[in-house]
Design a protein around this ligand. Structure first.
Ligand code: GDP
Length: 296
């Protein structure tokens, strides 16, 4: 029943041996360890507080099942709550709209946005048999435009030809028009990233959104950003109305705290996970696996 649950927590909590209902003192002791595990996993402090409060409410007075120890009971409540907060259902990219469907890709520079754009395009053309057109809107960084073109060729997906001197909105409009004329199902718009959050970036993305009415606004975020992930996700969501999050670099050491933080703060689902530099390194998000990783 508890296979795969955090050994560390189970070990620590095995000290709770009395039977019957969980007392406030039992739960408080257990929650100190849970809090530590969450902070070590880089979950934002405000999210840790909310989470432990929810667990406390559920755990105090809970009757311990015969088959388990009280410690295991707390771990089960923690784990269930974590999975519930991370999102219990696998989310998919929603293409249920008249063609061409626009997908706006947003995120900070270096988050993996351009790579993820190509990964998703590959998935949509291969698995889902859609015709996809890619367009880079990064007018200030010709290298970024070129990178998308190279990745597009690599995954066998067409990229909108680059026309010098156009604004992001002009390029986005041209992409939609080209997709309409060319019979494409999906247009993926790779917006410009910046190293830090800035107003120019947000305004430009908001203008593109207004011009293209995307069906999905996907925030690409680096799992290694830890505590900063909250600010990033909140800022993008408030300004652009994110519809889903793609968490990159889950192949690295990240414990996944960023996933919980971003999900808790925005309420937006984590739709996909990047697990490497290669274009096929894209996976569905599995809440239970990430919950386990967070609990370490
Ligand atoms: P952008 O500036 O947000 O467009 O970021 P890029 O797409 O250029 O990615 C920045 C770097 O991160 C590149 O070297 C990518 O290969 C790498 N990258 C992107 N996604 C992942 C991932 O899921 N795992 C790993 N390990 N590297 C990734």
């Amino acid at each position: 029943m508890f296979e795969g649950l955090s050994d560390r927590l189970s070990g620590i909590l095995s000290g709770l041996t009395r039977r019957g209902a969980l007392t406030e003192a039992d739960v408080a002791a257990a929650l100190r360890e849970v809090r530590r595990a969450l902070l070590e996993a880089d979950v934002a402090l405000e999210v840790v507080r909310g989470f432990t409060e929810k667990v406390r409410e559920q755990a105090v007075g809970a009757v311990v099942l015969k088959s388990v120890t009280p410690g295991q009971m707390v771990v089960k409540i923690v784990n269930d709550q974590l999975v519930a907060m991370l999102g219990t259902e696998a989310e998919v990219i929603d293409l249920n709209a008249p063609s061409p469907v626009a997908i706006l890709m947003v995120g900070l520079q270096g988050s993996g946005k351009t790579t993820t754009t190509a990964k998703i395009a590959r998935r949509l053309t291969g698995r889902d048999k859609r015709r996809v057109l890619l367009a880079s809107l990064d007018t200030r960084r010709p290298a970024a435009m070129e990178q998308l073109a190279i990745l597009g060729r690599q995954v066998g997906v067409e990229t909108l030809p680059i026309v010098a001197g156009q604004t992001a909105v002009q390029i986005a409009r041209r992409a939609m028009e080209a997709a309409r004329l060319g019979g494409f199902d999906v247009v993926m718009l790779d917006t410009a990233g910046r190293i830090t959050l800035d107003e120019g970036l947000m305004q430009e993305a908001a203008d593109v959104k207004a011009a293209t009415r995307p069906h999905e606004v996907l925030l690409v975020a680096d799992a290694l950003t830890g505590q900063d992930a909250v600010n990033t996700a909140r800022a993008f969501d408030e300004r652009l109305g994110v519809t889903g999050i793609v968490l990159t670099r889950m192949d690295g050491d990240a414990r996944g705290g960023a996933a919980l933080s971003m999900r808790a703060v925005t309420g937006r689902p984590i739709k996909l996970v990047g697990t490497g530099e290669k274009v096929d390194a894209l996976e569905e998000f599995h809440p239970a696996r990430v919950a386990n990783r967070i609990l370490g």
